[in-house]
Design a protein around this ligand. Structure first.
Ligand code: BTN
Length: 243
């Protein structure tokens, strides 16, 4: 991967989208400082300058190579790479479906994937990743942690990004290999936060709150939560965790 470090930018995702036509596939834009980092659901992503990883991976696909209906595989790949990196650093991560990475009950990494479609295929994907590395206080976030808070050791950002993106790159071919792809799916499913544990959830379609147990993820990416004899299946943004 070709990693390009930027000193200051509004958001690496925004910059990658602006420069999408000119950036080759497998380019990584990383920022020492983001002034308008973007998170899921239109939220802002705040991080202290120079203390965390904030980067976007640009991928481009040929027609039919990755269908829009398979775009959730990009979540699996990204969560798996971040989780592998954190494990190598001595943290036991879990993935709060679809792609928040947790250490214990606190969020250590967020992912924002923005795809450009052409017909029914993904033409390009900007995979934005924010991993909390050396930050120790999170004034804007009640439920955040970082690598240094988990391990007690500061971590140099540039080599950390090289290790993380190498893990991503190593598994990228799995996306296009149907047989080996199931291994990636199983690895992702084994990381699921609150799997097999009774917990409270919020059905964002009906507004209803309920207690259920996460059973796993369907092949199409939906989260399956059992509530008594009922299996509830949710797409992205259709269910919230009550933590
Ligand atoms: C979330 O809400 O959990 C997603 C956070 C994603 C943050 C990363 S930081 C690098 C990239 N650039 C952005 O503006 N957002 C993503």
């Amino acid at each position: 991967m070709n990693i390009v470090w930027l000193d200051t930018i509004d958001s690496t995702n925004s910059e990658a989208l602006r420069r999408l036509a000119e950036l080759p596939s497998m380019t990584v834009l990383a920022a020492r400082e983001q002034t308008a980092g973007r998170g899921q659901r239109g939220n802002a992503w705040f991080t202290e300058p120079g203390r965390n990883l904030t980067f976007s991976i640009v991928l481009k696909f040929g027609e039919g190579e990755l269908l829009a209906a398979q775009a959730h595989w990009l979540n699996y790949l990204t969560s798996h790479a971040v989780a592998s990196f954190l494990r190598e650093e001595g943290v036991q991560p879990q993935v709060k479906w679809p792609n928040d990475v947790y250490a214990g009950r606190k969020k250590i990494c967020g992912v924002l994937i923005e795809n450009t479609l052409q017909g029914s295929s993904v033409a390009a994907s900007v995979i934005g990743v924010g991993v909390n590395i050396n930050q120790t206080v999170f004034p804007q976030l009640a439920n955040a942690t970082s690598l240094v808070l988990c391990t007690g050791k500061e971590c140099a950002l540039e080599p950390a990004l090289e290790r993380l993106t190498a893990l991503f790159e190593k598994n990228l071919p799995l996306l296009f290999d149907e047989r080996r792809r199931s291994g990636l799916f199983e690895a992702y499913a084994s990381l699921l936060f609150q799997k097999g544990v009774s917990a409270r959830y919020h059905d964002l379609l009906t507004g209803e709150e309920f207690s259920g147990v996460i059973e796993g993820v369907e092949a199409d990416g939906r989260l399956c939560i059992r509530e008594g004899s009922r299996r509830r299946l949710y797409r992205f943004k259709e269910v919230g965790y009550i933590l």
